[in-house]
Design a protein around this ligand. Sequence first.
Ligand code: ATP
Ligand code: MG
Length: 578
Amino acid sequence: MRIKSLHIPTLREPPKDAETVSHQLLVRAGYIRRLAAGIYSFLPLGVRAVEKVKRIVREEMDRAGAQEVVMPAVIPAELWIESGRWPVYGPELLRLKDRKQAEYCVGPTHEEVVVDLARKDIRSYKQLPVNLYQIQTKFRDEIRPRAGLMRGREFVMKDAYSFDASIAGAHASYKLMYDAYCCIFERLGLVFRPVEADTGNIGGSMSHEFQVLADSGEDAIVACDGCDFAANVEKAPLAAQPFAPIGATGPARVIDTPGTKTIESLCKLLGCRPDQTIKAVLYMADDQAAVAFVRGDREVNEIKVKKALACANLHLADAEWFAKTTGMPPGYVGAIGTTNVQVIADFEITAMPSAVCGANAKQQHRVDVVPARDMADVAFADLRMAIAGDPCPRCPGKLRAFRGIEVGHVFYLGQKYSKAMHATFLAEDGKEQHFEMGCYGIGITRILAAAIEQNHDARGIRWPVAIAPYEVAVLPMALEGEQLTVAEELYAALLQVGVAAVIDDRDERPGVKFNDADLIGYPIQIVVGKRAGERVVEVKLRHAGVKLELSVDGLADKLARVMVTCRLGPALTAEALS
Ligand code: ATP
Ligand code: MG
């Protein structure tokens, strides 16, 4: 295409609301425009990049045996009432009424609709397994839409749903999707990791997130340096520890500690370290007061707490409510003599030789607390967030910490939806049986943001070839004479051999052309300048940051050959062109 005729409105300044690099660059380089919070239009470059992602996803889903369908975006409430999700999904669900006052929602995910399809048409085990997928616009009224395409309210997702006759079959379907996802993210040229993820309320043992590694990522993940264990910190299990022996410490004593509601102020007063204290985190668990204790320097993992308390709803307690309900003063709640409240403590506390904790009385703490001696009646569980340096739950290795952006999620659902919606088939033994299901999502539009977070520099985007809207930009430095002739010749030759090329035929200064090309992120720029007469041009590889002087003759063929490989994921290197 000729850039003069393309609608690529680049901007010099990032929009005011854009904090993340990918958001800034997508807007500045002319890929997207904001319409409302979390709702964006895609401009021509954006559409091309999204279409490339979709194509790779389709190819790998089809290869894995999944079949594409398109389900409606607007879903009748009845289906959601049947599955039980209508009252519990909360304000993220965009609900609407038609002219007859019938209720609907705009689909944030499509388990209900796909189960309805399956129960109507799949009668026998002979029709199984089936995996149906779609690529569709979803709506979730996120509390905090942010970072442009990263967390939109309207966004494009690929969602797939597998139906199997048995658990073993469902596990095989899961494995197929897991492998397909690995291929997809490799082909997209992203550095990613599949990590074990929490299974939430649904239960079951299998869930993996696919995380693109980037410092700006929202998710904290840990991975072992000795084996292939990797998990979201929400999930990463930490083992129980033996009790530290009862040392020479005397009995626990209550001391006055005025004004020490926080661990920081307590340590300052007593001259101790946070890891010598026990922190109380106060909760309301299904309307009951509960306390989780962790070492003072640790962070509680609410997902683990929720599991340990076996409750449906868990919220941090309002201090006043807690004090009124339990008679204990927030800020001074301790692990000994705690009444009227459910108490759990993190495994790690058992390994503390002696500790300081609240005394359940205002302005007082207990010192010389020896967990092995003084906390014998407390229930211990795995309650804290894993961090770098923690032991691996699978091998003697240690965990390392990373940040990630969740671009995909595979989930073994079991019979949760098929049971709720009475979706059955006739099994081989002639009995009615509920489908075994799995669901598998990919954030198509989030991938654009994730790819940029991982691939950019101060000048702009450095797309992997697989996602780039165009592969090569031909930049004539002058729009006349040999420079123009050679540029046009190259451009025509590139199109001829199937390379997605543009020519910058705008009457602009070289600086403007370079800035735009770097910003937009074409993987290859071909600068046709002073040496055009000798049929030599400069080839700039955006990602590797290398410039090569190459002959025009045979260049298009060479680039076409190299592109065939790079379109499958491998990075573009200078060696490939020399
Ligand atoms: P998150 O924890 O980021 O909210 P999720 O667990 O709600 O994600 P899923 O329901 O598993 O996400 O959706 C499948 C995929 O859709 C996610 O892996 C993610 O890539 C993408 N996705 C989810 N929510 C959004 C959003 N608000 N904007 C863009 N993409 C999203
Ligand atoms: Mg979400």
